[in-house]
Design a protein around this ligand. Sequence first.
Ligand SMILES: [Mg+2]
Length: 228
Amino acid sequence: MSNFSQKPTIIFDMDGTLLDLAYDDLIWNQLVPIQYAEVHQCSIEQSKEVLFQFYQEHSHTLNWYSSHFWSTKVGFDVLALQKKQQHKVSRREGCIELLEYLKANHYPCWLATNADCASLKFKLKQTSIEQYFDVIVSSETLGHAKEFTAFWEKLHQLHPFDAQQTYFIDDTEKVLLGAQKFGLQHLITIQQPSSTGLIRENSNFPMINRLTDLIPLLEQAEEQKQYA
Ligand SMILES: [Mg+2]
């Protein structure tokens, strides 16, 4: 007998997918540069230049997602700065509606995030979404960022899933490409990850805007299964 549920597993990214990326943009593009300028006695322009250099060097690595790494790098407590603003963490439109739908229709629901364990903890608390997930993993725990197939191999070892059937929704192109390389079949991206950011024109993957736009896609797939 198969261990897999009849309904496909739905794996979600957190920041920029279920949650509004505007919070992270505020922290990393505005507040960190301001505090860096204060601590290192330089202008905001100089601060942004130095930080941009750091960001370029570490983008898409585990370090990039580590509050501890950044605290050491910039010389102040980045996690404390994030927590001070935690009331600004918010869910994207349709988030609860979608998660309620998936729960009511018995879809296994997982959260796979590159956020480190400390950020994951306060973000889950702030947004009350923890209850909807059967599995929650941070790339910090697995030791690899989601951009790399090693993340997916490790996740698959710990929590087996059917890569042919599973849906994965993430706002980062490089993450989706990593998942594709591993063999995940149903990959979907987000058109506007940040409510204060740009609307994407194109992607290598199908795009949804409102999270509830996923529902008709799943219903269509279920219907096709019935007639297959
Ligand atoms: Mg994301």
